[in-house]
Design a protein around this ligand. Structure first.
Ligand code: COA
Length: 252
């Protein structure tokens, strides 16, 4: 479900589940974990570029069909496992990861991009944390990383409305640092990666750790996991996911 090519110090990683808009199911998360662990260990990999297959989606979130019947405990495990194996792992990987957002980055998809060190987007990309429309909240660090990136007020509005923003607005807010046409997205990523490759890998590793320390609050991340799991198994959760699966609007 992922494609990898390593060339001249850059690992190009593409999430390849286009028919489901690259939604993150369990198998995909564990594959991502293996891929990133291998990149971390490989001295030939200096920079990683993460993108989605097709032009429609980067990642349209966690796979809703997979967690639709989860109870609180399963909800907590989903969040904890994903955070440990993928999201926090990427944030602390010690090598720059560039998220090249080639379309929808929603829910876990935006959280995945926010775990990366650098984010760039295609003009047509759309970003959002729509979890509340499903009766849950972001569970992969979204409530923590979004305010860090765009400020509490903007993050609160995005999380509480669940609305998507376009790439232009994401650039204004500082959620991404560059917006280019879809066809130029990977060459822009290559150009940023080229700049990074000129620098000391050891210094990049230490810089990432130091920048992360500026706003890391373990308590916030832990609380998010509790709040996330509290939503599972509730009537509103059941209505939210059922409505998605039945392709209708939820009635809370
Ligand atoms: N989990 C599981 N399947 C998903 C998915 C997700 N997060 N996002 C999209 N899909 C699936 C759809 O169910 C559909 O599958 P099908 O063809 O078997 O019916 C396929 O991907 C294509 O998506 P579809 O909804 O038909 O495309 P669209 O262009 O009408 O809408 C989106 C695109 C992104 C607006 C819509 O797919 C969506 O809202 N996805 C969920 C986003 C979300 O809530 N993410 C947070 C999850 S926590």
């Amino acid at each position: 479900m992922t494609l990898v090519e390593i060339q001249d110090g850059i690992a190009w990683l593409k999430i390849n589940r286009e028919e489901k808009l690259n939604a993150l199911n369990k198998a995909l998360l564990s594959e991502l974990n293996e891929r990133f662990a291998a990149f971390k260990a490989d001295p030939n990999v200096k920079v990683i570029v993460l993108t989605g297959s097709g032009s429609k989606a980067f990642v349209a979130g966690a796979d809703i069909t997979e967690f639709s019947s989860f109870n609180k405990l399963e909800g907590r495990e989903l969040s904890q496992h994903g955070n440990e194996k993928v999201f926090n792992f990427i944030e602390k990987i010690g090598k720059p990861v560039i998220a090249a957002i080639n379309g929808y980055a929603l829910g876990g998809g935006l959280e995945l991009a926010m775990s990366c060190q650098i984010r760039i987007a295609a003009t047509h990309a759309k970003m959002g944390l729509p979890e509340v429309s499903l009766g849950i909240i972001p569970g992969y660090g979204g409530t923590q990383r979004l305010p860090q990136l765009i400020g509490k007020g903007n993050a609160m509005e995005m999380i509480l409305t669940g609305n998507m923003i376009d790439a232009k607005r994401a650039l204004e807010l500082g959620l991404v640092t560059h917006v280019v046409d879809g066809e130029e997205l990977l060459s822009k990523a290559a150009s940023i990666a080229g700049n990074l490759l000129k620098n000391s890998p050891n210094a990049l590793n230490n810089a990432i750790a130091a920048v992360n320390a500026a706003d890391q609050t373990t308590a916030g991340f832990n609380l998010e996991m509790d709040q996330f799991s509290n939503c599972f198994g509730t009537e509103e959760f059941k209505e939210g996911v059922q409505a998605f699966l039945e392709k209708r609007k939820p009635n809370f």
